[in-house]
Design a protein around this ligand. Structure first.
Ligand SMILES: Nc1ncnc2c1ncn2[C@@H]1O[C@H](COP(=O)(O)OP(=O)(O)OP(=O)(O)O)[C@@H](O)[C@H]1O
Ligand SMILES: [Mg+2]
Length: 460
């Protein structure tokens, strides 16, 4: 990340230069974009401290800038400055992760405030990227990570889903001297083969139907940095041959391109499948495997390092108390015992979800086993009336104190439903996952309902 750069995107030239001056006065380097498409290209390669953007652009093809910015991994902090923003929209973007919003023109003091906010956020978030472990086997894996970081060698990280493969890949990048260049992750299972090739290596204009402009691939964009090829075994056999060439020659061919392009890049690949078996079935090239497996890293599943559970719990409790602005909690022996008897199919990701839920639903400062709820117990929960009997989850209190939920004959079921949904969300500090659980509906259904209310204009 470049802590100095602040990218400003606005189609209004005078606003743009005004904000540029303010940013300079605040000792940051402004990078100004009048054209939103250009800014997106730039952002794929650079991680700025902050992006200050309008929400509405005349010259933006396909869709909204907000969603585009959100999908770029280098964009971590967004401030909206727009002369068309309503409070309602402003609240929506904040809910979706924007730092703040202002109606243009904005003053220097306002930007200063956001930078101060960012400083606090940075201090808080920085530690959450750590890989927490006290397990001896895992600690020796971390030693390999340290030494791998110093080299350019290709790394193959294996391990079940949710064990922390991506976290380790990012650590390798952060600890290497490439840390100021991009880290770009691409999931090989997420795209069809032809698209994946052009996504990785880029394409020349006109090389296939739909290639309306020349586009750089991720390998070019991540030049001097690190590329993470997630779920490498899902890559098509013929593309595997092309990747092998890139690893050997350190150059790429754009689709439809005539001359190769040199790249200096560290490749990290991950898989959660048994790669040896896949090679035996002739679905993965053995030569590519050896090229990738220069530094093998195997992350053991959580069930094989149960001694990590207490330290991970402490870490996630702290994290989620802070995020949810809850006074810090602790966990007791009964809860830890329950956690250590579980088989952890979803590994650390699952543990984090369970702890997040426990932090939110436990009314007590000390979390005990009753609030440790595994995924497969969630369904029974409603049958057991657990939530209704549980005082912390009982909404009776809020029902009594809030006239809006009184049963008034003449109210339609859908009106009641809406009120219940909104009250439940309030009760859990807008945490949609927990609200959906309490309501006994899926997060998707909850989201659809909220969108419906938004469209009707009845939701603030
Ligand atoms: N040892 C750890 N310490 C702290 N956080 C961890 C640890 N291991 C995993 N996590 C967290 O658990 C979550 C899952 O980790 P990650 O995304 O790295 O898993 P993964 O192995 O890449 O999973 P998948 O195969 O499903 O992509 C992340 O939020 C990560 O930060
Ligand atoms: Mg992953």
């Amino acid at each position: 990340m470049d802590k100095n750069i602040i990218v400003i995107i606005n189609e209004d030239f005078s606003l743009l230069s005004q904000m540029g001056e303010m940013v300079k006065d605040l000792s940051h380097t402004p990078v100004l974009f009048h054209n939103p498409e250009e800014s997106l290209k730039y952002l794929e390669k650079t991680e700025p401290h902050l992006v200050i953007t309008d929400l509405f652009f005349k010259n933006l093809k396909h869709g909204k800038i907000w969603h585009k910015l959100k999908s770029i991994s280098t964009v971590k902090n967004i401030l909206i400055v727009s002369n068309q923003i309503s409070n309602e929209l402003g609240r929506d973007v904040i809910r979706e992760g924007a730092l703040d919003y202002f109606v243009a023109p904005v003053g220097k003091e306002q930007i200063k405030l956001v930078l101060a906010k960012l400083k606090i956020k940075f201090k808080k978030s920085v530690n959450y990227k750590r890989f927490i472990s006290r397990n001896p086997r895992m600690l020796s894996v971390l030693k390999v990570v340290e030494s791998a970081a110093k080299s350019r060698a290709t790394v193959l990280i294996r391990g079940e889903s949710g064990v922390g493969k991506e976290l380790i890949a990012r650590m390798i990048h952060e600890k290497s001297d490439r840390r100021n260049a991009p880290f770009i992750a691409i999931n090989c299972a997420a795209l069809p083969d032809t698209l994946l090739e052009s996504e990785l290596f880029g394409h020349e204009k006109g090389s296939f139907t739909g290639a309306i402009a020349t586009k750089s691939g991720k390998f070019e964009l991540a030049n001097n940095g690190t590329i993470l090829l997630d779920e490498i075994t899902e890559m098509d056999f013929s593309l595997q041959a092309k990747l092998l060439r890139v690893l050997q020659e350190r150059e790429i061919d754009r689709v439809g391109g005539s001359s190769p392009i040199k790249v200096d890049i560290r490749v990290i690949a991950t898989t959660n499948r048994n790669i040896k078996e896949i090679i035996e079935k002739n679905q993965f090239r053995e030569d590519l495997f050896y090229r990738l497996n220069v530094i093998p890293i195997l992350i053991p599943p959580l069930r094989e390092r149960l001694d990590d559970i207490p330290v991970l719990c402490d870490f996630f409790i702290k994290k989620h108390c802070e995020i949810n602005k809850i006074e810090e909690k602790t966990i007791d022996k009964t809860a830890l015992e329950k956690l250590s008897k579980y088989h952890w199919p979803g590994n650390v990701r699952e543990l984090e979800n369970i702890i997040e839920r426990a932090v939110i639903i436990s009314p007590n400062k000390v979390i005990d086993h009753k609030y440790i709820i595994f995924e497969d117990e969630l369904e029974n929960l409603y049958e057991d009336d657990f939530l209704i009997k549980n005082p912390s989850l009982n909404t009776e209190e809020s029902i009594a104190s809030d006239d809006s939920l009184k049963i008034i004959p003449g109210t339609t079921i859908s009106e009641m439903e809406k009120k219940l949904i909104i009250e439940t969300l309030k009760h859990v500090n807008d945490n949609r996952t927990v609200a959906a659980e309490l309501l006994g509906i899926s997060v998707r259904t909850l989201r659809n309902k909220l969108n419906e209310y938004k469209e009707q204009g009845t939701l603030l």
